[in-house]
Design a protein around this ligand. Structure first.
Ligand SMILES: [Zn+2]
Length: 307
């Protein structure tokens, strides 16, 4: 983190967005019995937040980016959960998903091991980086405390019994980050994906050499196939609307096309900047209603360097 080059590149994706405060707001909406989402309202740097009730415990999925969002999510969780004990999990270490966790410091917080390790290694650097994204982002991050999980699981699946309701935390390791985690309700077939899947939004490829090059687009494509194999009926993406399994197929096809075309252009001897320009134009025309096209170029550069 922190070199001038890296800051400039990382600032680019949010330079064109509006100045809405990047705060989780609004009330939980019940999408199935005892399963709620606080929608992102398509505000940049705000995630969809999940609340899942069992008879004894309630699981919170993501907190938003800072203490204000964290407190909002905590209050919303208490409003729907009543006397149930709260359990928090985060889909991955990125600030807009988990840097409100201090509002849950007195609850159980569950991560997978890779996610915990990546959080410890990178959270302070990402906090510094995000503060350069604009006054509204810096304000949302004011007073952030970086909170370790209280429970960490090894392996690729961890079942939680919330009381009459089983929830699976699943990870396939490195993809969008080193420790991406999804939350799956196997009986209701509801899947919370974090940033492995977005709806009407180009895949966020956090490729920031030399500081963070841990995204793995090739593995990510494989993980998306595994998410499809879970056969979810309802998909809650990291950002965007709540939809069906087709949103995962769309994300996989996008990344596959981006990879194949980047590798073809590289094999043809096309310079990376020319490849970015060509694929940026083509992907925008293929997906005219998708947001954050700034990420297309990051994806091309990643696949170029990974070829
Ligand atoms: Zn992310």
């Amino acid at each position: 983190m922190g070199s001038g080059r890296e800051t400039r590149e990382v600032t680019e994706p949010v330079s064109e967005v509006d100045s809405s405060p990047p705060l989780v707001s609004g009330a939980p909406e019940e999408i199935a019995r005892g399963v709620y989402v606080i929608p992102d309202a398509r505000v940049p740097l705000v995630p969809n937040v999940g609340l899942v009730l069992g008879s004894e415990r309630a699981l919170v999925v993501d907190t938003g980016m800072g203490p204000t969002s964290g407190r909002h999510v905590r209050a919303a969780a208490e409003a729907v959960a009543g006397a149930r004990d709260l359990v928090l999990t985060i889909t991955h270490f990125h600030p807009e998903h988990g840097f409100g966790a201090s509002a849950f410091a007195d609850t159980t917080i569950v991560y997978n091991a890779a996610q915990r390790d990546e959080f410890r290694a990178k959270a302070a650097g990402y906090l510094e980086m995000f503060r350069t994204f604009g006054d509204n982002v810096a304000a949302a991050l004011e007073g952030v405390e970086l909170i370790d999980p209280t429970e960490v699981y090894d392996g690729d699946v961890h079942s939680l019994d919330l009381g009459g309701r089983r929830v699976e935390l699943r990870t396939w390791g490195q993809a969008h980050t080193l420790g991406d985690q999804v939350v799956f309700l196997p009986e209701e077939r509801i899947l919370f994906t974090g940033d492995l899947v977005e709806e009407r939004c180009f895949a966020i490829v956090p490729y920031f050499p030399p500081d963070d090059t841990d995204v793995d687009g090739e593995r990510w494509i494989g993980v998306l196939a595994k998410l499809e194999a879970l056969d979810p009926e309802v998909v809650v993406p990291g950002h965007g609307g709540i939809v069906g399994v087709s949103v995962i197929q769309d994300a996989r096809e996008y990344l596959t096309t981006l990879r194949d075309e980047a590798w073809r252009l590289k094999a043809d001897g096309t310079a990376v900047d020319a490849a970015v320009a060509e694929l940026d134009a083509r992907m925008r025309s293929l997906h005219p209603d998708w947001r954050q096209p700034e990420w297309i170029g990051f994806g091309v550069k990643h696949f170029y360097d990974a070829a």
